[in-house]
Design a protein around this ligand. Sequence first.
Ligand SMILES: *Cc1c(COP(=O)(O)O)cnc(C)c1O
Length: 381
Amino acid sequence: MLSQDYDRIFLSPPHLGRHELNYVHKAIEDNWVAPAGPNLSGFEQDICHYTGAAHCIALSSGTAAIHLGLILLGVGSGDEVLCPSFTFVATANPILYQGATPVFVDSEAITWNMCPVRLREAIEDRLRLGKKPKALILVHLYGMPAQLQQLQAIAEFYDIPILEDAAEALGARYDGRRLGTFGMVGVFSFNGNKIITTSGGGALVTNKAEWAEQTRFLATQAKDPAPYYQHSAVGYNYRLSNILAGIGRGQMELIDSRVKARREIYAWYQKNLQDVAALQFGPTEPALGFSNRWLSTITLDPAHTTATPEQVRQHLETHNIESRPLWKPLHQQPLFAQAPSYGGEVSADLFARGLCLPSGSAMTETELRRVAGALREILLP
Ligand SMILES: *Cc1c(COP(=O)(O)O)cnc(C)c1O
């Protein structure tokens, strides 16, 4: 640890428990130092058991899982894929890997996730242009469930399969069911900043046995069943290491306590900063929704402050506190300047006014008080 890191409050650092090292130790002791082995299958079983998904394949990243998910849904060159604008770029990059085009859809104000009204509008317009979207990617941003009932009904009506990017949403639920299990394919990420981590990693879940088999095949270089190396499809090297899966097994023992801690942090900020009129808390859980509150997020109310999120971020930085802007909408990114986009005002406004606060599940009350104190300094008159 660097000396300047000594009292730094990070945005969302890894939070390890006591058993991760045992699983890693065992992998090395037994020489399962490969992208195969008991930790890998154990981790996959843990995820199936926890989410209720029938099949899970652990992969090298959430991005890899989205890429393989799009391949399973048949997305290829020239296709269009519906995608929220308000998300991390990793949601949309795999669309480009496949030579397809993202069609961006704006957020709604309650959940900050894809707006059902905009979605219907986008689909109708693409159909008028003779371009039926091949797939719909839904994201549960910051762990907040999207309006699944309405979004699913629209997808079913137009017969467009859903890929659920639940990279930020492990442990969140909708109507009692775990997120990641609503789409034909669900995706999780175990990057270092997510609610649980394998340092880097991801998973694809599906209820279709043949898709699970296809995912394993594609993730290990698409080897045909032959005694020599024969290939008739493009493959990838996307499997998770058995060592990293060991970290994942230890982390999965703790997932419920991590969700509880993140929700308590959000509730703490909300309660202890309710007198700061410049701060608005959001997003809000939809009916039937249960968020994991991966990151605690706020927006600034311009009626009560002239401070910008960047000024607040810099002020927190002077207190050695890390914060981050909300995701910059993809329809505003140079990379996607040519992509069609429906709406965009809601996500643009959130980006202009929003900030992610430190939300690590190991945060102490003392640290929370430091963050709140620094926010008061800049936001109270
Ligand atoms: C983190 C993240 C991903 C990508 O996951 P990696 O494991 O980092 O590749 C995809 N989508 C969203 C919304 C994410 O937050």
